[in-house]
Ligand binder design. Sequence first.
Ligand code: SAM
Length: 224
Amino acid sequence: MPDNSDITKNLLDMYGRNDWVMNLNFRFFLSFSGLKDLPLDSKILDCGCAMGHLIIMLKSFGFNNVSGLDASPEMVESAKKITGSPVILSDVVEIRRHFEPECLDAIIISDLFHHIPSMDAWEIILDGCSTILRENGCLIIREPYPIFLLNLLYKMSRYKFLHFGFLKARLRSFIEEDELLKYFFTHWPNGYRDLLSKNGFRIIKDMDWLVHRITSCRRIAHSR
Ligand SMILES: C[S@@+](CC[C@H](N)C(=O)[O-])C[C@H]1O[C@@H](n2cnc3c(N)ncnc32)[C@H](O)[C@@H]1O
């Protein structure tokens, strides 16, 4: 299910700024996750790609087979225009419908699971990713994590006078997404390792960075 209109409006504001904070953070993400080290012809899907800024960065590094998927029509329109790459309009829960089995080398899920408040849906998504990734393909997950900076921003979000510049939409998102984040932090941190292994993924790197945890996985051979 796509986000409600208030969340989408705030995200359109945030990604529309295309600011240095976002781009620097993406740059670190691509290095730390190992994505930058993949062969340049890797077939990569960015799920919940928003306006496609990560796709643009991947293309700037020479990746020539990158596509996106997002549930918001406004995001998909912008991403198609900005990136010139294929971008599918779909709920990520339906991911399996859009691809042949074992056809992708890497799937990115960045800041998306916390928009989906259902353990069952997470499981369907991971099962879908496992089906459409080739053996040993990469699943890279980046989600908010309650480390020092995130907790600090959470607290700062209560003070409206701090809602300016690049902080504005970011702090607002803690308010708009409060219920989603509560669900996420209650269920994801203790459950994601089991969910990943149950759906055929081996974690090869799991690290905290600023306000996120970056988890890089490989799809192990199917036993089904
Ligand atoms: C916080 S943004 C993340 C954007 C980008 N991946 C990043 O890391 O900065 C979440 C994105 O996920 C999309 N989204 C939310 N729910 C979704 C769903 N069920 N299926 C697909 N996309 C969804 C939103 O439209 C939005 O573009």
